[in-house]
Design a protein around this ligand. Structure first.
Ligand code: ADP
Length: 434
């Protein structure tokens, strides 16, 4: 038996965990000022986009559900995606946009619109990379379908019980590829020929997981030609694209590019130290100045992060530690507390904080400068840690701690890469930070 996981195995799980974490902490749409790009299957057909939910002629129970969720108008991606998904005949769609742009809400609305509750068999299949992510989608189905209780939902996930020989009566089934495939083929609990909508969510996370890609294709092959097929992804590497084209025939394609991050509104400093203890002292000197606002401190390893948090607490400072040892739900709780302002400082590692936006953070401290896996300067991560997006960019402050010739070289490389000056800060005179 293999005892240890390979690094790439851990990274795959990390991706699913990251996605779940984002869902747990997200409570509103992300801002994005970019235009939606559309590639239509039939370029001659007019492109519809809607500015209101009324224009979609939803069932009244669903419109009520949408408004009860507090949605006033369709999100940017929904403006274009919803008319395509709800068209007659329904169209296939590949959609890419970052997490938090309204994809889940869109396909849940499509599934709920297409089902006929009078028919007691499965009509919509939705597959998702993990059990936890499947449950998150289920919650949205329940919320949006609150006034449409005739529509029932089942989960095809590991451990779900299936009565021997019986067919599933729930109109919507959400699950992971393995169990879903099992229910369709071996257990024959779902008749694939009666499926009208097939949703493949988080395709990028899905293909990073062993076997999911093949299982997804196996499921898709069993479905009838006229079944509507929808695929969603937060990113669009070539591998996702190739997979998407294999599973979604004749698709419309829409994508909303991430907003570019910039360093334009950020003041960047570095502090020269001798070693990590010296870095700690420097941090304590500026603690008063940084806690006027909220700060995130990045360390290279979990160990350093834990050490630093321990020292800061011993010094009487209130800090939170976001660590990879915590379960996803616990991590979400730490972020919630920090967001609520219960702590002014959040110490974390890059792995842990990747992809997390805490909007009110205006100070970022690199206790260790970001390095990629080959120990080269990681410009992308640097930008991601401290950059701000376009028009919403508030002013920010970044402080980099340098304690060796190597880290100085990394700093200079980053400075050169972005062609933005990083000035020296004297921490004995924290007034300089203003
Ligand atoms: P994604 O699937 O792209 O990550 P979600 O559908 O989960 O995005 O939406 C992100 C957040 O925005 C959720 O909290 C969701 O309830 C909310 N949301 C989705 N659509 C709308 C809308 N039209 N108006 C307001 N909030 C929305």
């Amino acid at each position: 038996m293999k005892r240890h996981r390979t690094v790439s195995g851990a990274q795959r799980e990390d991706r699913a965990a990251q996605s779940l974490l984002n869902k747990l902490i997200r409570n509103s749409l992300v801002n994005n000022t970019n235009q939606v790009e559309v590639l239509q299957r039939d370029p001659n057909s007019p492109l519809y986009s809607v500015k209101t939910f009324e224009e979609l002629r939803l069932k009244p129970q669903l419109l009520q559900g949408v408004y009860a969720m507090g949605f006033n108008r369709p999100s940017k991606i929904q403006e274009t995606a919803l008319p395509m998904m709800l068209a007659e005949p329904p169209q296939n769609l590949i959609a890419q946009s970052q997490s938090g742009t309204g994809k889940t809400a869109a396909f849940v609305l499509a599934m709920l619109s297409q089902v006929n509750p009078a028919n007691k068999w499965t009509q919509c299949l939705c597959i998702s990379p993990t059990y936890e992510l499947a449950l998150q989608i289920g919650k949205v189905v329940e919320q949006m379908g609150k006034f449409y209780p005739e529509v029932k939902l089942a989960y095809a996930v590991r451990g779900s019980r299936l009565e021997g020989g019986s067919k599933i009566q729930e109109q919507i089934v959400i699950g992971t590829p393995g169990t879903m495939s099992d229910w369709l083929t071996k257990k024959k609990a779902i008749d694939p020929k009666k499926i009208q909508v097939f949703v493949l969510d988080e395709a990028d996370v899905m293909i990073a997981m062993q076997g999911h890609q093949d299982q997804s294709i196996r499921i898709q092959r069993k479905l009838p030609k006229e079944c509507q097929m929808l695929l969603f992804s937060a990113t669009f590497e070539d591998s996702v694209w190739q997979f998407a084209e294999r599973v979604i025939p004749d698709p419309n394609i829409i994508r909303l590019r991430r907003e570019e991050e910039t360093l334009d509104t950020i003041k960047q400093y570095y502090v020269l130290c001798k070693n990590k203890h010296d870095k700690f002292d420097a941090l304590c000197n500026i603690y008063g100045a940084i806690t006027i606002a909220q700060a995130m401190i990045f360390c290279h390893t979990r160990k350093t992060a834990a050490w630093l948090a321990g020292r800061m607490v011993a010094e009487g400072h209130q800090v939170a530690l976001l660590s990879g040892e915590l379960a996803v739900e616990q991590r979400a709780a730490v972020i919630e507390r920090f967001r609520a302002g219960k702590e002014k400082v959040l110490i974390t590692t890059n792995v842990c904080a990747r992809g997390i936006d805490v909007e009110q953070v205006s100070i970022v401290i690199n206790f260790d400068l970001p390095l990629d896996k080959d120990n080269n300067p990681d410009n992308e991560t640097y930008l991601h840690r401290i950059g701000r997006t376009g028009r919403f960019g508030k002013r920010g402050l970044a402080i980099n701690m340098v304690d060796s010739q190597q880290s100085m070289a990394v700093l200079r490389a980053i400075e050169e890469h972005f062609n933005k000056k990083i000035s020296k800060l004297d921490t004995d005179d924290p007034d300089e930070i203003e």
